[in-house]
Write a protein of this length. Structure first.
Length: 162
């Protein structure tokens, strides 16, 4: 395996593992490569320094002030301490309120954007629904004036419940 430093036309840097340089070229020619951050298919090899090993007696000083690279996936804040009782009670109250709001709503899964749009334009009878939509789909719905709102807590689709 060979590791190439790659970058897209928007400047996002990432690495890719390939069997050979020819494998990289073949995948690039077929349009199989895309940026994990933005999805761009305009991918090129970034300049790479040769991997020259250091002598065993050399010390490498690492600076803590160097800025870390942005992660490829969004990250969520976490804590290493137990949740305070007031926060736990507030989340429980929020979960009950969300469950009550969804009690008379129908799960439509990945068809949420399409069905919401159909109701907005009068192509379907109005009904309370909930489901899944990508950020881009939700943005488009809001731009069209379709009333949508994110659910504060994640829910499991009915087919995944016990």
């Amino acid at each position: 395996m060979i590791v190439f430093e790659l970058s897209c036309d928007l400047g996002h840097a990432f690495e890719g593992w390939f069997r050979s340089s020819d494998d990289f070229t073949a995948q690039q020619d077929k349009g199989l490569l895309c940026c994990p951050q933005c999805g761009s298919s305009a991918i090129a090899k970034a300049p790479m320094a040769p991997a020259v090993p250091r002598k065993g007696n050399q010390f490498v000083e690492r600076s803590l002030s160097a800025e870390p690279q942005a992660p490829a996936e969004p990250q969520a804040p976490v804590a290493n301490a137990p949740m305070p009782p007031k926060v736990a009670a507030a989340l429980e109250h929020l979960a009950k309120a969300q469950a009550e709001a969804l009690k008379n709503s129908t799960w439509v899964g990945k068809g949420f954007a399409e069905q919401s749009r159909a109701m907005h334009y009068g192509e379907r009878e109005q009904a309370a629904i909930h489901g899944e939509a990508s950020i881009e789909e939700a943005r488009e719905l809001m731009e069209e004036g379709v009333p949508v709102a994110p659910l504060p807590l994640p829910i499991a689709p009915p087919e995944e419940l016990n």
